[in-house]
Design a protein around this ligand. Structure first.
Ligand SMILES: [Zn+2]
Length: 280
């Protein structure tokens, strides 16, 4: 999965670090990220690369995290592709780049970039927020409101019945491959409540023997995914919630297509069922 970057170590402990020449930085322009112009490679810039033309970049950078001993900073500057050899590429690359640690770093930076950008003003009183020097937090000096990065819990459910797995396709999305049932947890719900509700809402089925599998940070939707396997309880007739799903079918293990990409928890769960590597 995208966060599985072993033997590299992702360390997101907050520190009020100052950027130095050899440190890397992430710079975004909407849904694009600055990289060196090389095919099939997410090569992020260092401050040294931009020192001559942009000497102030170090001063205004915010520390994000480190991967091994490489520090990553966030830079709020547009037009950096004016320097030869640097281009902005779509952040969809994070979903396809085979070097997970680069994709993961880029995607985590993108989530934090969106959070910083969307919280420049206090949501309670409208005054500008400031960056805390002690933790990853924005605060308002006028009213004291403190804001932390947004993480929304979400469940992914693999509904099974013997050798069959419930596979779905989501309506109105670019992603057209098979998916599992998924949805955000509502206020006041447990994860297990959310599993039962989402399955009932999306395909009209009851489930039992709900078993937690693994979790995954999913920076693309600011969420924390919790993956569950759940057994069909009773009638197997699928009733689609058509504004959410375009397809819902029972597939035998042998009919499940092998996963093309392995970055998502959904793919791993489908593979685990298909290859019988999960005990249910
Ligand atoms: Zn305020």
């Amino acid at each position: 999965m995208i966060q599985d970057i072993d033997p590299r170590i992702f360390n997101n402990s907050f520190a009020d670090k100052k950027a130095a020449s050899q440190d890397l930085f992430l710079a975004y322009d909407g849904d694009s990220v600055l990289v060196r112009e090389e095919k099939d490679k997410l090569w992020y810039p260092s401050f040294a690369d931009f020192e001559a033309l942009y000497p102030h970049l170090c001063e205004n950078a915010s520390f994000l995290f480190s991967v091994d001993d490489i520090n990553y900073f966030l830079v709020d500057e547009k037009g950096l592709d004016s320097l030869d050899g640097w281009i902005y590429v779509t952040t969809n690359r994070f979903r396809t780049e085979p070097k997970y640690w680069r994709s993961f770093a880029g995607a985590m930076g993108w989530q934090l970039n969106r959070w910083y950008k969307d919280h420049r003003f206090c949501s309670r009183c409208g005054n500008p927020t400031k960056h805390s020097k002690k933790e990853r937090m924005l605060y308002c000096e006028s009213c004291g409101l403190e804001t932390y990065p947004k993480i929304s819990p979400c469940v992914i459910v693999a509904v099974h019945d013997g050798d069959r797995l419930l596979m779905a396709k989501y309506a109105g999305r670019v992603y057209k491959n098979y998916a599992l049932i998924a949805g955000f947890v509502e206020v006041g719900e447990t994860l297990e409540d959310a599993v039962r509700r989402e399955v009932m809402e999306e395909v009209g089925l009851k489930v039992k023997n709900i078993k937690f599998y693994k979790s995954q940070p999913w920076p693309f939707s600011d969420s924390l995914l919790a993956g569950f396997f759940a057994e069909l309880d009773g009638d197997d007739t699928i009733t689609l919630q058509e504004d959410e799903l375009s397809l819902g079918v029972w597939l035998h293990r042998d009919e499940i297509p092998p996963a093309e990409l392995h970055i998502s928890l959904t793919s791993e769960m489908q593979e685990a069922f298909r290859l019988r590597t999960v005990k249910l």
